[in-house]
Design a protein around this ligand. Structure first.
Ligand SMILES: CC(=O)SCCNC(=O)CCNC(=O)[C@H](O)C(C)(C)COP(=O)(O)OP(=O)(O)OC[C@H]1O[C@@H](n2cnc3c(N)ncnc32)[C@H](O)[C@@H]1OP(=O)(O)O
Ligand SMILES: O=C([O-])CC(=O)C(=O)O
Length: 370
């Protein structure tokens, strides 16, 4: 048996959902750049789940369905109210999505129609859950979603109790488009492994949220902002980065298992943040990010991944640091679900082997003799 640490380079499945080829990312064959420029998150979700872009009528019906399903049962908010206010929102989201499964009488119905209905319910509710918890922990009541707002604008509205400007909503929507799917990343693989046992969608997404939470994956965006705040100013960047690298620390938001010439999403988000700061937004974190990028390239040959500039983008949109990874989950739920549905459509249990490197066969010693 041969093993590859971290399964690097191992091709574990076929998939028709997204592809990374020579550092170009596509969803169902459409380039991420075109989708970011032209489409909306709802269009992308439809595309990922159905394989084709929607017609105008199909999109209208889909958006209406999402809007009708965006309310979260009070029972879920009641559970959240019992949590310590200090708990991480990703832990809350993981628990809330699991609880949604508990309250869904169709949770274990496995036919394609029921699965698609559950997918819509989940995607519609996930932003409401996160925004709701952000208010609950401040002692406020969750704000119900508005039927006439899309998923991106609704999230910002429910979070801040203020309808976002068109520019804010569009920028956030683009961030959701960019994070929707990413081939066989760790959380998506987790979701596929889970449902390949023929477990349900809620279990698949709950496990995926657990995997996204870690700082080597989706959790990096929050750590990037924490780092920028800790560094404090452009003048302190060189000292901080040199010191961290000398101590063999990882700089969050850099490096990628697959991209070698740069993450195309990072380039798009960097441009968005640059434009924002050019329009009067605080420039400090963007300037610090530019300097960190230069240093990381010089010292380690490492380039920013999608989490690096997303941090400044979300900060500029007024989203709290510990909500960055949950925001990633709003978007990635669409990809997880697409992969779960694809897994069901041609399933086989995922069960690799481990090369054993523990002790050889040993004689059992009774407890009384140890
Ligand atoms: C949405 C996403 O999930 S994007 C990724 C988000 N995660 C991060 O930003 C966390 C920081 N980055 C990392 O930890 C890694 O680059 C990963 C996890 C993204 C990719 O990991 P791998 O492909 O397994 O690379 P690995 O961790 O083995 O690193 C290879 C080498 O580069 C170094 N390296 C990789 N990333 C970094 C980094 N961000 N800062 C400093 N050094 C790094 C490692 O220390 C290692 O060096 P060594 O060979 O001298 O020991
Ligand atoms: O693909 C990966 O390993 C991580 C990543 O960038 C993502 O999930 O968006």
């Amino acid at each position: 048996m041969t093993t590859t640490k971290g399964l690097e380079g191992v091709v574990a499945t076929t998939s028709a959902i997204s592809s990374i080829n020579q550092d170009v990312l596509t969803y169902r064959g459409y380039s991420i750049q075109d989708l970011a420029n032209e489409s909306t998150f709802e269009e992308v979700v439809y595309l990922l789940w159905n394989g084709e872009l929607p017609t105008a009528d199909e999109l209208e019906v889909f958006k209406k369905k999402l809007a009708e399903n965006a309310n979260v049962p009070d029972a879920i908010f009641d559970v959240m109210k019992s949590f310590p206010g200090t708990v991480h929102p990703m832990a809350v989201l993981r628990t809330a999505v699991s609880a949604l499964g508990v309250f869904d009488p169709d949770a274990d119905r496995m036919d394609a129609h029921s699965n698609m209905e559950k997918a819509v319910r989940l995607q519609a509710k996930i932003g409401t859950i996160i925004a709701g918890f952000a208010r609950i922990r401040n002692g406020e009541e969750p704000i119900p979603p508005k039927k006439d707002l899309g998923l991106a604008a609704n999230f910002l509205y429910m979070l801040k109790n203020k309808i976002p400007t068109d520019a804010e909503a569009r920028m956030f929507d683009t961030a959701l488009v960019l994070h929707a799917d990413h081939e066989l990343n760790a959380s998506t693989f987790t979701a596929r492994v889970c449902v390949a046992t023929l477990s349900d969608i809620y279990s698949g997404v709950t496990s995926a949220i657990g995997a996204l939470k870690g700082p080597l994956h989706g959790g990096a965006n929050e750590q990037v902002m924490n780092m920028l705040e800790k560094i404090g100013s452009v003048d302190e960047v060189d000292y901080y980065i040199n010191d961290a690298l000398a101590n063999k620390e990882k700089i969050m938001g850099f490096g990628h298992r697959v991209y070698k010439t740069g993450d195309p999403r990072a380039k798009i988000i960097k441009k968005m943040v640059g434009e924002l700061t050019g329009h009067g937004a605080e420039t400090k974190y963007y300037d610090m990010s530019l300097r960190i990028e230069t240093l990381m390239k010089e010292k380690k040959g490492l380039l920013p991944n999608t989490d690096f500039y997303s941090a400044t983008l979300y900060h500029t949109l007024g989203i709290g640091n510990d909500l960055f990874t949950p925001v990633f989950a709003i978007s990635r739920t669409s990809g997880w679900v697409a992969h779960i549905l694809e897994q069901y459509s041609d399933n086989r249990l995922i069960r690799p082997r481990a090369e054993y490197n523990g002790p050889g066969l040993r004689t059992y010693i009774p407890l009384s003799e140890r």
